[in-house]
Design a protein around this ligand. Structure first.
Ligand code: OFO
Length: 171
């Protein structure tokens, strides 16, 4: 069982995770248009990963006997600038999501809701990985600058990203 307060905060977070999925799908389309299929693929995989972040939280609310409220998803921007700017925006967005997860954790601690803390610990760890993955891409992007050959090499590396593992029952 979860309190009304926790239920409402988790539903807000679901909306943010949906927005993340939407944003990365928009970025994927944008990267396709600017001729970077590897970047587009990476963003498409990120979209899939965000969808799993949605369903993990959605399943948790239902498993706790709570109610899911799906709210309108904000429209993401269409233009994202240079490939470097695409990943700078990605890092800024992930930092925003990390902050949001941390605030949720503060609330779960205040409410002494141990089950929700356990769920959120997964997201805390995930956010460390999300930010680190993006930083690992930003470093070579900053190094190559406008060099087309360098960008092509990064594009080929990003094309290798594997699909995220599906959720298994109980996760
Ligand atoms: Fe759901 O981690 Fe990114 O936003």
């Amino acid at each position: 069982m979860i309190s009304e307060k926790i239920q409402s905060a988790l539903n807000e977070q679901i909306n943010k995770e949906f927005y993340s999925a939407y944003l990365y799908l928009a970025m994927s389309a944008y990267c396709n248009v600017i001729g970077l299929p590897g970047f587009a693929h990476w963003m498409r995989m990120q979209y899939e990963e965000e969808s799993l972040h949605v369903t993990r939280m959605y399943d948790y609310i239902l498993n706790q006997g709570g109610e899911v409220h799906l709210k309108a998803i904000e429209e993401p921007p269409k233009e994202h600038g240079t490939p470097l700017e695409v990943f700078e925006q990605t890092l800024a967005h992930e930092q925003f999501v990390t902050q949001s997860i941390n605030e949720l954790m503060d609330l779960a601690v205040q409410e002494r809701d141990y089950a929700t803390q356990s769920l959120l610990q997964w997201y805390v760890t995930e956010q460390v990985e999300e930010e680190s993955n993006v930083n690992d891409i930003l470093a070579p992007l900053r190094m190559v600058g406008d060099d087309k050959g360098g960008l092509m090499m990064i594009d080929q590396q990003l094309a290798q990203r594997a699909a995220p593992a599906p959720l298994t029952p109980g996760q």
